[in-house]
Design a binder for this molecule. Structure first.
Ligand code: ANZ
Ligand code: ZN
Length: 822
């Protein structure tokens, strides 16, 4: 048979699916639902990248299999279209971002369709559509009303030569991405979302969801919960050093520190301020070497947190001469330092240093010759600090206790004496929810002086932010502007649209001014999975029925780069929406997995600037969408990075040609094929485990076998087409049709395999213990060395022989024997 014309076939089936609305779904209480989600793309001018189809093909395969298993499957797509690249393009070309976005989306849509994804296209969303962002704004107002949005002065990135504020993405190694000049920090009032109030809920929610371990770990690390204590160290200064010990209750200055190890308080031999700590400035007159200190602080200000914390091997600092602190437990006078290994933004911005039990303190103390007092047993200070827990020594009333007991006792003691208290600290910070940019959702708040003066506040948000009144007439649409550039005073371009900024107060009708900051990129993607459920609804973000039926997302796949912030932000919004009764389930995603990146042929990251981006259009044209999909799934383990190789597509093309040829081998009265049953089993299980590469390999093996044998029954070939169809849907539909079926293969039941047909593919392997065969075991003929060793070691007879000991040697003689030496 001739090689088939894939271009024609693929277009034909894409048209068929579109015309027949094959993948549109409706709520159906009689059917189990499956909601598969992938991260929606940012529609950049560059078009789809081969990285996108990795995730989309994987979830498409899963969605297609679930449909064949009888589930009511929702697999939606949309565009996360606000953001910088489009805005910068608009600035460069003078074109309106909306116009550019519409064009880019059209291109993305065409590309996505050319790959044959089974998306429900009727549910497409675009975060920049006022009908969509109406609800993003609405959610923001609910957060505001409930006291979770507040104004705060925060530093923004400021490029003094471009005279603009920069987004974090535009700061590269401390320099401006546009001009290369150094970036400074400038303070500006910004809207913040109090995600920290949800820290515990965000942690607890992780207990009941099925995320890959790495994703859970990243969530936990980012939230960074630490339990410990705040401790106050009294301060004394020159001329006053002879005054008796002062405790924190006295009317004196204290250094307040956060520690996770109150059990080591007796070992605190000095205290350290971060360079930004305001007490340093306050103590100015009492510090004898303030000039030196000031110079040190200035130098520290030039380094990033990362440089200060991790990259800097050599710790530096300056002692505050003339100042001493009092260790509240031991009563000892200890030195006080300023050092940049202590960060202003964590804990209290000051620490008690315990060099015998903390790595950084140890290094610092060793360098400056400071005392080290061991207070926990288990290590040897000559070999370095002992970081673990143990028994407490050299600590008066704590002596003999375990670290755990000592922590409790010390906290109680501190609380009793008024010298400290129990404290839980989080690394998580509140979310800066303002940008001084054009291309984002306008924040629907106005500032009304009259209302501020009257003090008539109607909700938590108004109380916390006097004068800020909600504009509930949504959507508040982005106005047209002349120029998209950030202004040279750091305000958003919206601030230049006079007739938009000046408005009347929705509460009292007096003159008021609109907020001109817009929302950050993260806003629209923090709830998009809800809008898919009911994207045309004008009266709610989604109807209660749709929310109840479809939520939670059953399976969410996306990149590792989004498992921290995006996942956290969207979980936060969903949990909040659940708290106020809008959504029925608090955790939005039941399961989360991640794919590895696709790297360019030279092993580098694909990027426009490197000129090594593989364009899927070209691949579809040359090899077809089915071949591209198969290749992307075959490249390597799904969760790992893989290197692109266009030659691999040639192999897939040939594989598909061989599949087409199988028709020629259809014969009557052929026995059922055993390999097919194994293949059905393997492909089915592999899809659930996202082990797509091995399922493709297994299908190739099957096709090779049939090609050699030159015979297959029609029933078997049909079954094979079904398991191939999630991977290569166009060709599968075509051959299915040629077999005389008029309905799409997409809803034909997933084939079952027969255990009996697989069973005889086992072998018997002897178990030899200390040179004598004592048992045997029946295993899968294709078992790996690791698996069989594991099985054998867990067998009762072997366990008995081992009697708790580790085996000396375990050797597997393939297909024959496992030999254990005890
Ligand atoms: C004394 C101590 C003794 C500490 C010891 C540790 C071990 P996590 O677990 O990450 O929350 N620390 C507190 N604030 C800091 C800051 N602003 N910059 C740098 N380090 C800071 O870390 C808490 C520990 O980090 C605290 O407990 C403190 O050192 C340090 F054997 O206090 B510890
Ligand atoms: Zn007013």
């Amino acid at each position: 048979m001739e090689k088939y014309n894939f271009s024609e076939i693929e277009k034909k089936w894409q048209k068929f699916w579109e015309e027949n609305k094959t993948f549109e779904v409706k709520l159906d209480d009689n059917k189990d639902k499956f909601y598969g989600l992938v991260e929606f793309p940012y529609p950049s001018g560059a078009g789809l990248h081969v990285g996108h189809p990795r995730s989309y093909t994987a979830m498409d395969i899963i969605a297609r299999k679930k449909r064949m298993e009888g589930k009511n499957v929702l697999y939606p797509i949309g565009y996360d279209a606000f953001g910088l690249p489009t805005e910068n393009y608009a600035i460069k070309t003078g074109r309106a971002p909306k116009e550019v976005t519409i064009e880019n989306i059209a291109n993305f849509r065409r590309q996505l369709k050319s790959l044959g994804f089974s998306f429900d296209w009727s549910r497409e969303i675009d975060t920049t559509d006022p009908k969509y962002y109406k609800w993003t704004q609405w959610i923001f107002l609910q957060l505001f009303k409930n006291g979770l949005a507040y104004k705060k002065t925060m530093p923004i990135n400021w490029c003094p030569s471009c005279k603009t504020g920069l987004a974090n993405e535009e700061v590269v190694n401390g320099n401006c991405e546009r001009c290369g000049g150094p970036v400074e920090k400038r303070n500006k009032e910004q809207w913040m979302l109090a995600i920290t109030k949800y820290a515990d809920k965000l942690l607890d929610g992780l207990e009941n969801v099925d995320y890959i371990d790495r994703a859970k770990a990243q969530q936990r690390n980012w939230i960074g919960k630490s339990e410990g204590a705040l401790v106050k160290f009294g301060i004394k200064w020159q001329g006053d050093l002879s005054t008796p010990l002062r405790s924190a209750q006295d009317d004196v200055l204290n250094i307040e520190v956060f520690t996770t190890r109150p059990d080591t308080l007796f070992g605190a031999t000095y205290c350290v301020f971060s360079p930004e700590h305001n007490l340093v400035e306050e103590l100015k007159d009492k510090i004898e070497n303030f000039e030196e200190v000031r110079e040190y602080i200035k130098q520290a200000g030039l380094k990033s947190d990362l440089e200060r914390e991790e990259l800097q091997k050599d710790k530096t600092g300056v002692e505050l001469l003339g100042i001493k602190a009092i260790n509240p437990a031991s009563g000892m006078e200890i030195s006080v330092w300023v050092a940049d290994y202590v960060l202003a933004t964590y804990g209290t911005g000051a620490i008690m240093a315990v060099p015998a039990h903390d790595e950084r303190d140890f290094e610092f103390a060793a360098k400056y010759g400071l005392d080290m007092v061991e207070v926990i047993t288990g290590g040897d200070i000559l070999e370095g600090p002992y970081l673990g827990e143990g028994e407490v020594v050299n600590s008066e009333f704590l002596n003999g206790l375990s670290s755990k007991e000592a922590k409790e006792k010390m906290i109680e003691w501190l609380e009793e004496k008024g010298l400290g208290e129990r404290k839980t600290n989080f690394k998580l910070r509140d979310w800066v929810f303002s940008r001084q940019r054009y291309w984002g959702e306008p924040i629907p708040l106005v500032y009304c002086k009259s209302c501020a003066e009257k003090g008539d506040f109607q909700n938590e948000g108004e109380k916390q932010n006097p004068g800020w009144i909600m504009d509930e007439n949504l959507p508040l649409e982005l106005p047209e502007v002349e120029k998209y550039e950030p202004t040279d005073n750091g305000e958003s371009p919206l601030s230049t649209v006079e007739n938009w900024v000046h408005t009347t107060c929705p509460r009292c009708g007096d003159e008021a001014k609109r907020e001109t900051d817009t929302m950050p990129n993260w806003a629209g993607s923090s709830w998009y999975f809800l809008r898919y459920l009911d994207n045309k609804n004008d009266t709610a973000l989604a109807s209660p029925e749709a929310l109840k039926y479809w939520m939670p997302v059953d399976w969410y796949n996306g990149g590792m780069e989004h498992t921290t912030l995006h996942l956290l932000y969207s979980r936060f919004w969903n949990i909040f929406l659940h708290d106020i009764g809008v959504v029925p389930i608090s955790e939005p995603y039941q399961k989360r997995t991640s794919h590895g990146m696709i790297l360019a042929e030279n092993g580098e990251k694909m990027s426009k600037s490197r000129g090594n981006v593989v364009n899927p259009d070209e691949m579809v044209e040359k090899f077809g969408a089915d071949a591209l999909r198969l290749y992307i799934m075959f490249m390597g383990p799904f969760d790992q990075a893989v290197v692109w190789d266009t030659n691999g597509l040639v192999g897939m093309r040939r594989f598909l040609d061989r599949v087409v040829n199988l028709q020629d081998f259809v014969k009557e009265n052929i026995e059922e094929n055993k390999t097919l049953h194994k293949t059905i089993k393997k492909v089915g299980e592999d899809i659930e485990n996202m082990s797509f590469n091995t399922s493709v390999a297994k299908m190739m093996e099957f096709v090779n076998e049939i090609t050699k044998a030159q015979e297959i029954s029609k029933e078997d070939l049909e079954k094979f087409l079904k398991i191939l169809s999630p991977f290569a849907p166009h060709l599968a539909e075509e051959l299915w049709e040629q077999f005389g079926h008029s309905e799409s293969i997409a809803y034909d039941p997933w084939p079952e395999y027969n255990e009996e047909m697989i069973k005889d593919e086992t072998m018997t392997v002897g178990i030899q213990i200390n040179g004598k065969v004592r048992d045997d075991i029946e295993v899968d003929a294709e078992i790996s060395e690791e698996e069989i060793k594991d099985l054998v070691l867990r067998r009762e007879i072997v366990q008995k022989w081992l009697d708790g000991a580790e085996p000396k040697k375990v050797i597997y003689v393939k297909g024959k024997l496992v030999s254990i030496v005890i």
